[in-house]
Design a binder for this molecule. Structure first.
Ligand SMILES: *Cc1c(COP(=O)(O)O)cnc(C)c1O
Length: 376
């Protein structure tokens, strides 16, 4: 098997795979499962520094984003879609699907959202029911200042929806302090469980907005209110994917134990950037680098698919290209969750150096050596 150094899915610990193979009972009938689910949600809420409800939903990260929009949007609602990346812009589609009117706030994709500019914009335009913003927009690797953006939006009474799928557990995320009404995460990113689950934290205010709708939520599966009383009623809207959740529980436990996690992500990301730029490669971003992924411009004369193929065939390391407007222009090095360790990242950089040289790009240094020096 190859090393999966992509910005999600990430490599999964043995103990998570073992937990997934545990014998299971009927999660609809056996109330002990409901208790277990509840305890995992509480552990996640602890990691996210929130008193809000956390729900684990049976679907990949996209389900969380769609569920937030489905549950909040009523026909005609105006929604501010903060767009400085591909996922950022993508929220507009979910808003439209549920009859809302997205207003795109589009800014430079190579930088984080400038809070002072957003502040000026909001002074004149603030008549929105809710706003969406991405924490780490994975295709570019930009990290937005959610700690400033959400309190600013809330000062105008705007509900905040944050896609933190690629940041949660690899970056600091203080849901209550930062006033995030709905924060979305996914199992296959920095939590390092297999793909298949999404989790959302939902504030009391967001729930109140959902309860007070004039029109019903136009979905069953994406209706977050369905989970509102699951614990009291010992009832889930659909049969929970019990094995996935056992795996998740173990992944959450590993994250709880790993006290150096955020700092390690930061150190590794910084050393990767140093290695890549020392080799003569260019980073896609000007600033606002996330600690979970590094996005590098494909050098002249190199085809990204060749780069990925040689890395995989010759060195058994899988890195990622990109999609949409960045298709063919950048490649992405994932270092989130279990992948954020010196050994694997070093090996990836060593293989990358050799591969680029084979493909005709003269790396000015061995990236692994620079990476290790930086961390020494
Ligand atoms: C991974 C990811 C998602 C989930 O989407 P998939 O492409 O289906 O994995 C959502 N938002 C962000 C920012 C992500 O990185």
């Amino acid at each position: 098997m190859y090393k999966m150094m992509t910005p999600g899915p990430t490599m999964v610990a043995e103990s998570v795979m073992r937990a997934r193979s545990r014998i299971f009972g009927n999660p609809d009938v056996d109330v002990s499962f409901c208790e277990e689910y509840y305890q995992i949600c509480l552990s996640m809420a602890g990691l996210l520094h929130t008193k809000n409800s956390v729900y684990i939903l049976n679907g990949e990260g996209i389900l969380g984003l769609e569920a937030a929009c489905a549950s909040l949007t009523e026909p005609g609602d105006k929604v501010l879609v903060i767009d400085n990346g591909i996922f950022g812009k993508g929220f507009a589609d979910f808003v439209r699907l549920y009859g809302g009117e997205p207003e795109l706030y589009t800014v430079d994709y190579r930088k984080p959202v400038e809070v002072s500019v957003l502040r000026d914009f909001l002074q004149k335009h603030h008549d929105y029911k809710y706003a969406t913003v991405v924490h780490c927009d994975t295709p570019s690797g930009v990290l937005n200042a959610i700690d400033e953006i959400c309190p600013l939006l809330k000062s105008y009474g705007i509900i905040t929806v944050v896609d933190s799928v690629a940041a949660m557990f690899g970056e600091e995320l203080l849901v209550d302090k930062w006033q995030i009404d709905i924060a979305c995460g996914g199992s296959q990113k920095a939590l390092s469980a297999p793909p298949g689950l999404t989790f959302v934290s939902v504030s009391e205010e967001a729930k109140e907005v959902m309860r007070k709708r004039n029109t019903p939520i136009a979905s069953f599966y994406c209706n977050l209110l369905m989970f509102e009383r699951y614990y009291e009623d010992k009832w889930f809207p659909y049969t929970m994917p019990v094995s996935d959740i056992y795996g998740l529980a173990e992944a959450v436990r590993l994250v709880q134990e790993d006290k150096e996690r955020i700092q390690r992500h930061q150190q590794i990301a910084k050393a990767v950037r140093k290695a890549v730029t020392s080799a003569g490669l260019s980073l896609y971003l000007q600033d606002g680098f996330a600690s979970t992924v590094t996005v590098v411009e494909v050098p002249e004369g190199v085809l990204v698919q060749n780069l990925i193929d040689v890395m995989l065939d010759k060195y058994q390391i899988l890195i990622s290209g990109c999609f949409d407007i960045l298709d063919g222009k950048v490649f992405r090095l994932g270092h989130m969750g279990n992948n954020a360790n010196i050994g694997d990242v070093g090996e990836m950089l060593s293989a990358l150096t050799k591969t680029l040289r084979e493909l005709g790009f003269g790396c000015r240094c061995d990236m692994e050596s620079v990476f290790l020096q930086e961390l020494a």
